[in-house]
Ligand binder design. Sequence first.
Ligand code: 9WN
Length: 440
Amino acid sequence: GGGAGDDAGEHGPLRQLANATLDGNWEHDHTVPSRTLYPHQWSWDSAFIAIGWSHLRPERAWSELTSLFRAQWRDGRVPHIVFNPLVPGGAYFPGSGFWASAEVEGAPPMATSGLVQPPVHALAAWHAYRRAPSAEGHAALRRLYPRLVAQQRYLATDRDVGGAGLASIVHPWESGVDNSPAWDAPMSAVPDDPALLRAYRRRDTVHAAAAHRPTDLDYARYVAIVTAYRAGGYRDDGLIDRHPFLVECPLFNAARGAAEQALAGIAGEIGADPGPHRERAARITEAVLARLYDPQTGTFRPRDLRTDRLTPARTVLGLTPLILPDLPARQVEAVLAEATSGRFGLATRMARPLPSHDRTAADFEPLRYWRGPSWMNINWLVRHGLLTHGREGLAAGLRASMIELVGAAGCHEYFHPDTGVGLGSPAFSWTAALLLDVLA
Ligand code: 9WN
């Protein structure tokens, strides 16, 4: 990165657009991902958004994370949605009534979902703090630390359904990449009774083109999986015998490992012991290697616990173990080979950022959500991984393509991976936040 073209002057208007986008989505103590599509607080969005606020108004970064963790459940789970009671019930589907968290023992006083999302929060908190260290930030880290530790503990214990040191996701929404081709194989085993969906009305397709969103069949299964989890009080014991969707995801587990490394940093900063975090990080990396790496193809792929098989699709999820600082050199090389291939097109000079799915795959769909379009958060994570492993040239190529993309299209939710046309929400918070971070 860096260079003469990157000064505040040249990117001034772009920075202003990003600032205005974040500011417009700010809602008293958190930031909505999008006013139209997602009018509540989302878990991993808040992590990425906090990174953006650290460049503008650091106090908002700490408020963002603090408000999210206020909704943490007693078992340590951080819900993927925290509902704003002032937003009308029909604004988002599935709304707070569908989740019915108030009826669950151990849920917080405010309405939330019962699912989680990739645990990128410790990484974000540590990143935000180093971007803008302050006494206020230090105090926030102190308050957040035990909550971040509890979040990790929940995932390491209750969610280790496979018993081999990895957390399972129990719903595609937990992956954050909802309709990725990575889930096609495990999703095909989920009951798809269309009557399940007829009882509800989707809201997403009011605000975004249906062809750019998951299908009705996907939604019927999303509803079926939540219904099953909710019926068991969102408990995790015995999931292996009763739950229709159980997958070990490389991004989700790489985020856990990176979180332990970040917690080691935070612990050092606030006078706690970093040692246990480093040990846990090492064990997570070992488990990711043992369970999710396929030496035959040199790829990381999700493991479906129902079949005990790696899912076949080669999606961008496979590149994300790069965020593990202790990923061995052999696997770093394998990920780089995959990333720089025609499937993803990573290069020191690249026209477009990484797509969400293998460009050469028959089921690559350049307009449909997580089945092809480019997303800023995944690109940010891969860039972070490249920097972690000292690949400055490739990181610079990726960075330039990210700036060029948002510079031309604006702060959209996702982008056509070839033309760069903006898709989904036109004023999306993490796009703005992470753009500010790569510009810094
Ligand atoms: C379901 C908020 C969220 C993101 C996810 C993205 C999308 C929700 C939806 O929006 O998911 O959680 O309704 O489609 O897939 O990554 O956190 O921005």
